[in-house]
Design a protein around this ligand. Structure first.
Ligand SMILES: Cc1cc2nc3c(=O)[nH]c(=O)nc-3n(C[C@H](O)[C@H](O)[C@H](O)COP(=O)(O)OP(=O)(O)OC[C@H]3O[C@@H](n4cnc5c(N)ncnc54)[C@H](O)[C@@H]3O)c2cc1C
Length: 322
């Protein structure tokens, strides 16, 4: 049986998320190696730019539309999506390992009896099978796995799969108006956190820990973040102390991030913190303790007092930029 591949295009406020372009490209690559048919699906109300998914190798997008679907709802999204998957007999599904993807993909897997690989950081095709690589033991090790069930779902960690430069191709967009939506829970309001960027999506993150000594010193970190166009992150110690909002927490019980550049400032590098950021491309650590575990994963390290190093770093970056 030829593969029928479906990639889920996630939207927030009617805009496509970057992680979905990564998933589209990865799914298109798998399709070119395995053979078969590929299309994309989105769920929501008004979404702009769906045709741009064509630039990532997926030439058809079906938009499942209803005004009640503008905000994410676990029950409603999983219901309309499951119906679409079953009616069209898709057997290979791709999602992003975002908050929405982590909630939605397992619900669909349970409903269609699919095996699921969460948080994949690599995909490989060998003959007719896909091998997924994913971190285990809080990122200390990687495992390769294959899914045995007929239907398979792969959930891809954001910022790992390269979406490449999009071509000019436009996808054909079909709108399916959904008549009735069963909302067990209705989202009435979404409040955006104060931060400029979401750590889960940022390409550069400047994170602070207990070594920042108090919330009044985070302006230094914010200044560095502003110079670099970065998001501000935090360790759990900084969040638990009430210095930073939980939305900024990176780690096992916070967000998993994979930016190009990650600054760990006054963060010791506990395993639970590393679990959320060790797949960053470049890690820079500033810590006054030369034996802090963060230096074991850092590409660049400065042993020193943040309050001496940070102002110099900010000054030098400003100099380079001017
Ligand atoms: C189930 C569970 C889940 C957890 N989930 C998370 C999670 O999601 N994210 C997370 O971060 N943690 C998590 N933790 C907590 C984790 O174990 C650590 O306690 C936490 O990461 C420590 O935060 P920290 O590095 O900021 O603080 P500390 O470990 O206290 O480290 C502070 C560091 O700052 C350095 N420092 C101090 N002053 C200066 C200075 N002036 N200049 C330079 N360096 C300085 C110190 O040398 C030290 O290395 C979890 C723990 C458990 C048990």
């Amino acid at each position: 049986m030829a593969n029928k591949i479906l990639v889920f295009i996630e939207q927030r406020n009617g805009q496509i998320k970057k992680s979905s372009t990564e998933a589209a490209r990865a799914a298109a690559d798998i399709c070119s190696k395995l053979g078969g048919y590929i299309e994309a699906v989105s769920v929501g109300n008004e979404i702009t730019g769906l045709e741009t998914i064509g630039g990532y190798g997926v030439s058809k997008v079906t938009h499942l539309k209803n005004h009640e679907l503008a905000n994410y709802s676990s029950s409603a999204y999983s219901e309309v999506l499951t119906r679409f998957v079953i009616e069209n007999n898709f057997n290979l599904l791709f999602f992003s390992n975002t908050s929405m993807g982590k909630d939605l993909a397992p619900r669909i897997a349970a409903k269609i009896d699919a095996g699921i690989a969460m948080d994949c950081v690599a995909l490989k095709v060998e003959e007719t099978e896909i091998t997924a690589t994913r971190p285990v033991y809080a990122g200390k090790a990687l495992i390769d796995l294959k899914i045995n069930s007929l239907k398979k779902i792969f959930v891809l960690r954001p910022n790992i799969f390269n979406p490449g430069i999009p071509s000019d191709s436009k996808a054909e967009v079909t709108v399916n108006n959904i008549e009735t939506v069963n909302l067990n829970v209705k989202v009435t309001d979404v409040k955006k956190s104060d931060g400029k960027f979401d750590v889960a999506e940022a390409d550069i993150i400047v994170s602070g820990g207990r070594g920042m000594k108090g919330p009044e010193h985070f302006h230094l970190l914010e200044e560095l973040a502003q110079e670099l166009g970065a998001a501000v992150g935090a360790s759990r110690a900084a969040v638990d102390a009430g210095w930073r909002p939980h939305g900024e927490q990176v780690g096992q019980t916070g967000k998993t991030v994979s930016p190009t550049l990650y600054f760990a400032l006054g963060i010791s590098g506990a395993i639970q913190h590393l679990a959320g950021m060790r797949s960053s491309k470049y890690i820079v650590a500033i810590n006054k303790d030369k034996d802090a575990p963060i230096f074991q994963v850092a590409d660049y390290g400065i042993v020193g007092d943040i309050f001496e190093v940070l102002p110099v770093l900010i000054k030098e970056i400003k100099k380079i930029k001017s």
